[in-house]
Write a protein that binds this ligand. Structure first.
Ligand SMILES: [Zn+2]
Length: 353
């Protein structure tokens, strides 16, 4: 009887160890654990047979049974540890992060070249003591033309190809029709109407002209308007201000040239050139071999403009200037087609990001 039971335990231990070694999943191991070591497992059944043994044989079988249980338990633990390690290794391999891979480039936006140019220009004028003022893009005829000494009969009014708005005219009969402003100069009139001199500001903004689009013309563009009004503002101060701006924006090597010009709202008026920044004045296609490029118009505020806004032209004088932001940017960066600013082509824009 004892021998049979010992053989049974020995076979049971071998079978259990073989099954445990062959198990490939933790679940399988749990099942084997229950099958061999559980309360109703194979070992327990074998021990149940001990009841029939003599008191002398019981301890001997007990020892064999305990040894078998210890061997199977150890085999289970070893196999469990191995399977857990393997599972860990597998999940590590699956989630592995290769830190040597190159990163994915993130597309980063940047300011539009016109916005950058405008920001730089305004910075310079703010350092020179100019405030910043803005006005509406939908303007009335009085502020856009009449207040600036451009009466209905004035030829300059034809020169400016104007977009008119289909809307009822303004309540004030003097205001005329609504239009998209053709220049930023109406901001001069609006600010002067609301302020007493002295005043000194620049007015940046978008303007509209009904023009044929080509490499140097577009229906939208940007201007920066400047106005300084006080008791004895002089043309020399205008020259000094513009020279300071040109040196700050283009560099100290740049020279300015004033040519007589005509604008209805200034008298005298000047068209202002700088030495070509592309060829440094030696002559190239940008400056048409002259060494000079025009960047702005300027002059002393016309007495009629002061009268229109209620200023006394005998008490104050002032200078005004206006420049195209697109033109300034084109000259600075060597851009030869104004349309590039408005086509949203990333190949162009990312060069300035
Ligand atoms: Zn040139």
């Amino acid at each position: 009887m004892l021998t049979t039971l010992v053989t049974c335990l020995s076979e049971l231990q071998d079978a259990a160890c073989a099954a445990i070694a062959a198990a490939t999943a933790l679940k399988e191991l749990e099942a084997l654990d229950a099958q061999y070591l559980g309360r109703k497992g194979a070992l327990a059944q074998c021990m149940g047979a001990m009841k029939g043994l003599s008191a002398a044989d019981k301890p001997a079988l007990g020892k064999v049974a305990n040894d078998a249980k210890a061997v199977v338990t150890a085999a289970l633990e070893t196999r469990r540890a191995t399977l857990l390690d393997a599972a860990d290794a597998q999940s590590l391999a699956q989630d592995a992060l290769d830190v040597t891979l190159p990163g994915r480039a993130r597309v980063q936006g940047g300011a539009h070249p016109l916005a950058q140019t405008l920001r730089e220009m305004l910075d310079i004028f703010q350092r020179l003591g100019f405030a910043i003022e803005e006005g509406p893009e939908i303007e009335d005829e009085w502020h856009n033309f009449d207040a600036l000494n451009i009466p209905a009969s004035h030829p300059a009014r034809d020169v400016q190809d104007t977009f008119f708005i289909n809307a009822a005219p303004a309540a004030d009969p003097r205001a005329g029709r609504f239009i998209l402003r053709t220049h930023t100069s109406p901001v001069q009139a609006r600010v002067m109407q609301q302020t007493t001199p002295p005043l000194r500001f620049v007015a940046p903004g978008r303007v509209y002209r009904n023009e044929r689009i080509d490499a140097s013309h577009y229906t939208i563009f940007h201007q920066v308007e400047g106005l300084y009004v006080d008791r004895a503002v002089s043309f020399a101060q205008l020259k000094g201000t513009l020279l300071d701006f040109a040196h700050a924006y283009y560099g100290p090597q740049v020279k300015l040239r004033f040519r007589p010009g005509y604008f209805p709202f200034t008298e005298p008026s000047a068209e202002v050139d700088i030495t070509c920044s592309v060829c440094s004045g030696r002559g190239c296609s940008v400056c048409k071999q002259t060494g000079w490029v025009e960047i702005l118009g300027a002059g002393m505020v016309h007495p009629n403009v002061f009268r229109a806004v209620g200023y006394d032209p005998d008490a104050v004088t002032g200078f005004a200037f206006g420049m195209g932001v697109e033109r300034i940017a084109m000259l600075k960066y060597g851009i030869d087609d104004i349309r590039l600013f408005y086509e949203n082509d990333l190949r162009f824009l990312t060069q300035f990001a």
